[in-house]
Design a protein around this ligand. Sequence first.
Ligand SMILES: C[S@@+](CC[C@H](N)C(=O)[O-])C[C@H]1O[C@@H](n2cnc3c(N)ncnc32)[C@H](O)[C@@H]1O
Length: 305
Amino acid sequence: MECEPFYQFWSALQRCSQERMWDATIDAVERDLDRLNANRRSRKLLGSLSLDASLEIPDYHRVVDIHLQPGGYHTEFMNTDLAAGAIYDLGLDVYSNGAMGCRNEFLGELLIEHFLKSFPKKNPKIILDMGCAIGNSTLPWARRFPTARVEAIDVAAPQLRYGHQRAESLGVSVQFSQQNAERTNFPSASFDLVVSHIMLHETSARALPKIFTECRRLLKPGGVMLHLEIARGNSVFENFMTNWESWNNNETFGHHLTHIDYVALAARAGFAIESARCERHVGERDPQQQLYSAESPWQFISAVA
Ligand SMILES: C[S@@+](CC[C@H](N)C(=O)[O-])C[C@H]1O[C@@H](n2cnc3c(N)ncnc32)[C@H](O)[C@@H]1O
């Protein structure tokens, strides 16, 4: 494929469009930064924000700028910086050609739909969203389960600052904290449901088993672990096209998931193997998305504690 002129042309355009995307979104955020910073509300907060300046940013985020976003998710230039979050918000919309919906909430809504179908009797009272970034996928959970306490963690402070401000301005209560999903400070057996949306493929081979083990530790008996991920494709062609992001867009770990056995991983983390599942989303193909397959690009990984 890499010798094919047409592929080379397409690949170069993809890469350029990704770089232009950040140029455009960074300019837009820069122009609006004073207003965003001034927009901190004085009324009573619905949720909370807890940052930990001593938290070590994992190597898999420090070594490369994931998606080519300059500075990645976590870089900040002042101690109130939320720019990386605002840039991610705009970038996600451009990257998906608007397919994530006007508030980028599509993935949260999709995972909720899967949860309700797969676990119709569960009514979680305390939910954790790992790798929440700006909380775009977290807020749908808080709206769907309005009496639940919703915790959302990420390693990146600017994402969390923006996410907190965003949730408050949308009138949704979420408790944001800066924590590493490999090992959090929540007590054992404290959650009914632990979810993540497109976080796993941006971690590492060492981190992934630790994250599953942490999910197991955090769940109450009968609690559910549920991750939404990008399926890596069912053919060599689909694998190759999906892994373009790894070779050209700094999603360096993604391609290692091509042959990962999530069910075995869940069993090794202490979940009963018969409760563990990895399922491909079956549903409408979004015509706005660039797909290399007739199937949906999303998969759901679940297990019950
Ligand atoms: C692709 S973004 C997904 C954001 C959001 N969940 C969504 O649906 O758009 C992945 C996020 O996971 C976070 N992340 C990656 N590894 C993490 C870890 N070990 N602990 C906590 N957050 C992590 C990154 O900082 C980033 O904000």
